[in-house]
Ligand binder design. Structure first.
Ligand SMILES: [Zn+2]
Length: 420
């Protein structure tokens, strides 16, 4: 929906939270030339430098922030409650259509950049190509293509199975050749039938082979690490970003380990805790809304209590992890697509970060400036500053003081163009 043929756009807003972390500034304007931000400041000051042909967009009292970044998505999966076997029974063609739907949902929710964390065959690459040709709207996208996994391992149905260092190096080369922007590897079991989430699936040497080969091609690595032992190995192997970080033991219990948290802090590894995924948070939100409106059934009341108790166990592990000065390394990610995790809800992860001790303002910085740095795009996006691409979101209310405001998107801009 291009709404502008002018090369200059001025976006005015009651508040601006620029992603750098200070308190939001009031009565601000952003001058955009072509796709980049060229000036930011008080409305009257920007007015003086505004070219006469500029289009003016006044967002009233809304709060403008950098576009949000979701570090962890599975575009080919619908997040409609089906299990992996049922979702992967879909054809590749149906999965591409699912991806097109999901991209639009995320964009409308203010998520202007995402990482596609693993799909079958060529689906991830196809979606990125469709986006770059302008066939389908969607967030700016980095793709991993297919996740590397061991024989019978988590997501083996995506068809990038590799065992041993040699095969892993070959997989990295193949993925880079096909267009992977980064490498995703499954370092432990997961929700895929036949795998054990609490057990590691690769040796340290195998993970190191993946990281070493990826780095040769200037690609970063993200490792799926639910098992505690896989977390330790990922750090030792030089993996760049750790997904989930649950401290899960083989008996399926979460047991925080300060030694591993200390290793994580020392190594500087990025961490994407995917909190809404583990806590089944969309269901908690649904049931809480029913409770608040007095329409909850007795059995649902019981279910909500159980879900909340279980969620607390995960959130407690997260709080203890954050005690190790790891807040600046946290990259919010939704894991959208799997289980009941529908697209369009990074707001849920930001709510959960606030529950583990972030302020809403810190949650915003995590989902913008810090995430941009973690995925290697901090020269281009993540803050509202001159020189950056004009990916912006506007919210009703002030998300730096009220985390619920992240759910009230009023406008989305991509490279200076209003898209929602
Ligand atoms: Zn995932």
């Amino acid at each position: 929906m291009p709404n502008s043929i002018s090369t200059h756009v001025v976006i005015q807003a009651g508040r601006l939270a620029d992603g750098l972390g200070g308190a939001p500034k009031t009565d601000q304007a952003i001058l955009v030339t072509a796709d980049r931000i060229t000036a930011v400041g008080p409305k009257e000051e920007i007015q003086k430098q505004t070219p006469p042909d500029a289009e003016i967009i006044d967002l009233g009292s809304a709060c403008v922030t950098p576009g949000l970044i979701d570090g962890h998505t599975h575009l080919s999966l619908a997040g409609d409650g089906r299990n992996y076997a049922e979702m992967f029974a879909d054809t590749d063609e149906m999965m591409v259509l699912t991806g097109a739907m999901n991209m639009q949902r995320h964009l409308a929710a203010g998520i202007t950049t995402l990482r596609e964390h693993g799909a079958r065959n060529k689906i991830g690459f196809t979606l990125k190509e469709g986006l770059s040709r302008g066939y389908i709207p969607g967030p700016r996208m980095l793709v991993s293509g297919r996740p590397i996994t061991c024989t019978g391992g988590h997501f083996h149905m995506c068809n990038e199975v590799a065992d041993g260092e040699e095969e892993i190096r070959r997989s990295v080369r193949r993925l880079v050749h096909e267009g992977a922007d980064y490498i995703k590897i499954m370092a432990s079991g997961g929700g895929t039938e036949g795998t054990i989430p609490g057990l590691p699936s690769y040796t340290t040497a195998e993970l190191h082979a993946a990281a070493h080969e990826a780095h040769q091609f200037h690609r970063t690595t993200a490792a799926h690490c639910r098992a505690k032992e896989s977390m330790e190995r990922a750090v030792q192997a030089g993996i760049d970003l750790m997904e989930h970080a649950e401290f899960l033991d083989p008996d399926d219990q979460l047991r925080f380990d300060p030694k591993i948290a200390e290793m994580m802090a020392e190594s500087g590894i990025w961490i994407s805790p995917t909190l809404q995924a583990w806590t089944r948070y969309p269901r908690i939100v649904e049931l809480t809304a029913k409770r608040d409106t007095g329409t909850i059934l007795p059995e649902e009341e019981v279910e909500l209590t159980q879900l909340e108790e279980k969620a607390e166990m995960r959130l407690d592990v997260m709080r203890r992890t954050l005690d190790y000065c790891l807040q600046e390394r946290i990259v919010p990610g939704t894991d959208s697509g799997v289980n009941n995790l529908a697209f369009g809800h990074l707001d849920y992860d930001l709510q959960l970060l606030v529950r583990v001790g972030f302020t809403p303002a810190e949650a915003l910085v995590a989902a913008t400036r810090i995430s941009a740095e973690a995925i290697g795009l901090d020269d281009e996006i993540g803050t509202v500053e001159p020189g950056k691409i004009a990916d912006l979101v506007a919210f009703a209310g002030d998300p730096t003081t009220d985390v619920k405001a992240f759910s009230r998107v009023v406008a989305v801009f991509q490279a200076g163009r209003r898209v929602a």
